[in-house]
Design a protein around this ligand. Structure first.
Ligand code: HH2
Length: 261
């Protein structure tokens, strides 16, 4: 499980809660105690409609958290950024993984990952956060996302990032309707043909509220239901806000013996 730590004023679910460095560090340490295998630190909201955040501002938010956090936990930290300058400083401060929602389109980010030997998560997104939810259309969403991730993987390999260091993510909610998200969740195991671990970040996202018919309802039950479906499909990494609750659900689901039947 990848635990989410958003050091932002405006993330869609927890914006403003962990903007103070000590609040972010405490939250990250709590997620580590709850069983997170990776702590994903982000300083730029990529919710639908969000504007980009300059590298300087991302670093101003991230650096006071990263160094102290890496000193206080053995759990590896990833940095959720598309900006090579931010990624470089984060890796120098102790991050071991670069999580890029733009799928490593920027060759400078690939060079950096190759040079630093950081792990990478390459995610699929259609468009940019500002525009991505304006009527996304696919002919075959699973195949198109597969082809995109295949080309991201091949660009990373060609740039010197070994296969063992690459994970791929279909990008739930990034330029997708509810139906697109459900198709990707249902068929997540198809991405295993790419030869890399699959990461999925569905936690608390809007489609859960839309399916339930109440955007204001607690999205944890829906997050758990989808986490179990993804585990059943063999997805290796779940990016979640609620580590303790999802972990309990996964442990109990596994105990039933239904997993992998
Ligand atoms: N989703 C978000 C951000 N980063 N990274 C990966 N690999 N996969 C995802 O699905 C993903 C991601 C958006 O969620 P969140 O960080 O909770 O919100 P915000 O972007 O508003 O900070």
């Amino acid at each position: 499980m990848m635990g989410i730590v958003n050091v932002t004023p405006d993330s869609f679910s927890d914006g403003g809660r962990f903007l103070e460095p000590q609040a972010a560090i405490d939250h990250a340490l709590r997620l580590a105690e709850e069983g997170a295998d990776l702590l994903d630190l982000g300083a730029e909201s990529t919710r639908p409609g969000a504007e980009p955040v300059e590298a300087d501002e991302q670093l101003r938010r991230l650096l006071p958290v990263l160094g102290p956090l890496c000193e206080q936990t053995a759990v590896p930290v990833s940095v959720d950024t598309s900006h090579p300058v931010v990624a470089r400083a984060a890796v120098e401060a102790g991050a071991g993984v670069i999580n890029d929602v733009t799928g490593f389109q920027d060759p400078a980010l690939i060079t950096l990952a190759a040079k630093t030997r950081a792990g990478v998560v390459a995610m699929h997104m259609r468009g940019t956060p500002r525009t991505m939810q304006k009527d996304p259309v696919y002919h075959d969403v699973v195949q198109e996302v597969f082809d995109y991730l295949l080309s991201a993987r091949d660009r990373l390999l060609a740039g010197g990032v070994e296969l063992e260091r690459i994970a791929l993510d279909p990008g739930i909610g990034f330029g997708k309707t509810t139906e697109h998200n459900l198709a990707l969740i249902r068929e997540a195991s198809r991405f295993h043909a790419l030869g890399c671990p699959v990461v999925v970040g569905h936690s608390r996202k809007g489609f859960l509220g839309r399916i339930w018919g109440n955007m204001d309802a607690d999205r944890l039950p829906g997050t758990i239901a989808v986490a179990l479906a993804l585990a059943f499909g063999g997805v290796e990494v779940l990016r979640v806000h609620d580590v303790a609750a999802v972990r309990q659900a996964l442990v109990l689901f596994e105990a039933t013996g239904c997993l992998g039947r």
